[in-house]
Design a protein around this ligand. Structure first.
Ligand SMILES: [Zn+2]
Length: 152
């Protein structure tokens, strides 16, 4: 298990206990390198994390799909592949707190938060797909909002 803070491979388990659903085990881990603690959830029987969408449909979480959306938003922007991989890994790691199901909205908001930090254009592109701006005014106001945040 890799430490999400320093990348050290050699983490140790401080305790483990099964959650109410016996197919998932929660482990507290501690990194001997940087001494940070974190929690992992291990899905026994390989149960996929399900993503619930607004129309109540569910689909298994797909790391590639997440990456594709980010890659598309970052096209021709000064964001290298390594940074995109880092964003995908960070989001995937944050999703560990959702054991069986996560709303797609949560994933979308996590992507937007990361993109806002790295590139406003990539953020706007992703947001335009994510929010499916109904009209040009909504879109314009969002751009104005980002501009104000960036200028602070
Ligand atoms: Zn560490």
């Amino acid at each position: 298990m890799k430490c999400p803070y320093c990348g050290s491979i050699d983490t140790r388990t401080t305790n483990s206990r099964p959650l109410d659903s016996s197919s998932v085990v929660r482990r507290r881990r501690e990194c001997p390198e940087c001494a940070k603690r974190f929690t992992t959830y291990e899905r026994i029987e390989d149960i996929p994390l399900m993503v619930s969408k607004t129309d109540n449909q569910r689909e298994p979480f797909d790391r590639n799909k997440l990456r594709d959306g980010i890659v598309l938003a970052c096209r021709k922007r000064p964001i290298d592949q390594a940074l995109i991989e880092k964003i995908v890994s960070e989001i995937e790691n944050e999703l560990n707190e959702y054991v069986l199901e996560v709303p797609s909205r949560i994933i979308g908001e996590k992507v937007l938060k990361k993109l806002l930090e790295v590139d406003p254009i990539a953020y706007i592109r992703f947001a335009s797909v994510y929010y499916q701006y109904a009209d040009i005014d909504t879109f314009y106001n969002e751009i104005k909002r980002i501009k104000e945040i960036k200028e602070k």
